[in-house]
Design a protein around this ligand. Structure first.
Ligand code: PHE
Length: 445
């Protein structure tokens, strides 16, 4: 049994949405959507989010809230015999590795934010935004320090605990994130020539859609909702027993969809209005976006708040990734939280150093043809997360007692038995099958 709880249901929803809305939603989704047929990809993504994604999210919620335990004990409590708690351990390892390179990007964002005060990011001395990005990421000291600063910000919040740390920070950061996006979206949509960007983002291009599109969209849907790592098991274990799980899940999913939509509408119209191309891939926000803001009145200020938004989105996801590792260690020993959080956070920082150096000193060091950064990303995104998602859905679907699941799912909600049965079919059949298809096809690629 855990002592602490979220102070309010809103706090829980904002923290869970904060975990979901991160680099995956505000950075990866726009450029992947751009590459994969624009509008159609986006709608496939949303459809998968609302069906398969929501079902698995509910499965994690049911497991976490009914056991009131984190990544390891939740599995032990349901199935004391056997090795099921390894699902939680895989999640903890995945979270550890994921945060190790996520925090590197968090460091870049921190650097860009700090540098934006001097004005030379949107307006680099030699006018070349790409070269500036390369020189920044290749400089081990500046990005190393920023990487450390990002981890320390994460640690400082998480060491304060669920209610005083993560919930409080989310209650400020998430509404701020929403308001900043709204401002940027309106600014972007009111530029001359913005419409072309809206079309690029939302008009379905059927010729760009292939079976690969579905695979990307499903992987993206799981990643976007932080599924497969037991993050949502952990967060819901701190939730009041009376709160409705379906209601909470819908709120988290709808907030994620809304922000993904706003991200697209903030980014693409501005890019097109200034005659640039969004085909920059991962460096989109560090290369194309500064070039956009360079041409905008008060661009420096807009860029600054854009980076602040990215920082909030990345931090609230980082909180959840470190929390799932901390929770099992401080179970019943809350007084250890500070020490454990610092230890775990600094270890994650150390693990991230080679990823950070992948853009400079270690650029030529390859594992299976990938840089260290890309290799860890591949291991987490293409292997550990889908594996975790598959195991969690099978575990909940076949190991939990149906009567407990039904009770937990429906308590406090306005749904009836029909909803439970649909959900059961989803997690027993549809979710595992879709993951297997994605998994296998990614491995044989
Ligand atoms: N959902 C986060 C994002 O979109 C990433 C994440 C995945 C966070 C898994 C926690 C667990 O960036």
């Amino acid at each position: 049994m855990q002592k602490e709880n979220w102070g309010t249901r809103l706090g829980f929803i904002l923290a869970a949405a904060g975990s979901a809305i991160g680099l995956g939603t505000v950075w990866r989704l726009p450029y992947v959507a751009g590459e994969q047929g624009g509008g159609l990809f986006f709608f496939i993504f949303i459809a998968l989010l609302l069906t398969v994604g929501t079902s698995l999210l509910l499965a994690e919620f049911v497991l976490g809230r009914s056991t009131k335990e984190g990544a390891i004990e939740a599995y032990r409590k349901v199935a004391p015999k056997g090795q099921w708690h390894w699902i939680g351990i895989i999640g903890m390892i995945a979270a550890f590795l994921l945060l190790s390179f996520y925090s590197v990007v968090g460091g870049w964002i921190t650097t860009y934010f700090v540098r934006s005060f001097t004005g030379n990011v949107t307006n680099p001395p030699d006018g070349d935004h790409g070269a500036l990005f390369e020189s920044i990421t290749a400089n081990p000291w500046e990005v190393g320090l920023a990487h450390l600063a990002f981890m320390i910000m994460t640690i400082l919040v998480v060491q304060m605990g669920i209610k005083k740390g993560i919930e409080k920070a989310s209650l400020y950061m998430m509404p701020a994130l929403f308001i900043i996006f709204l401002i940027l979206m309106i600014r972007s949509l009111t530029l001359d020539g913005a419409w072309e960007g809206v079309v690029y983002f939302l008009q379905p291009d059927f010729s760009a859609v292939s079976s690969e599109t579905f695979l990307f969209a499903l992987g993206q849907a799981f990643f976007s909702l932080s599924l497969g790592v037991s993050v949502m098991v952990t967060y819901s274990s701190y939730l009041d027993s009376k709160a409705s799980l379906p209601g909470s899940a819908w709120s988290v999913v709808l907030l994620s969809v809304l922000i993904a939509f706003m991200a697209g509408l903030a980014i693409f119209p501005a890019i097109y209005a200034f005659g640039l191309q969004p085909d920059e891939g991962p460096s989109l926000i560090f290369v194309v976006i500064p070039a956009v803001f360079q041409q905008l009145a008060f661009g420096e200020a807009f860029f600054m708040i854009f980076m602040l938004l990215m920082l909030f989105a990345t931090l609230t996801s980082a909180f959840s990734l470190i929390e799932i590792i901390v929770t099992p260690f401080v179970r019943g020993k809350e007084h250890l939280r500070k020490r454990v959080t610092w230890a775990v956070g600094l270890l994650i920082f150390a693990m991230g150093i080679p990823s950070n150096l992948s853009f400079g000193l270690l650029a030529d060091f390859h594992i299976f043809g990938l840089t260290f950064f890309d290799a860890v990303d591949f291991l987490v995104s293409n292997i550990l997360l889908p594996l975790g998602a598959l195991l969690i859905s099978l575990f909940v679907a076949y190991k939990m007692k149906p009567s407990i699941m039904q009770e937990e799912l429906l308590r406090g909600s306005r749904f009836g038995k029909g909803f439970y049965f649909i959900w059961l079919i989803m997690i027993r059949v549809v979710v595992p099958l879709s993951i297997i298809v994605v998994f296998v096809s990614q491995l044989i690629q």
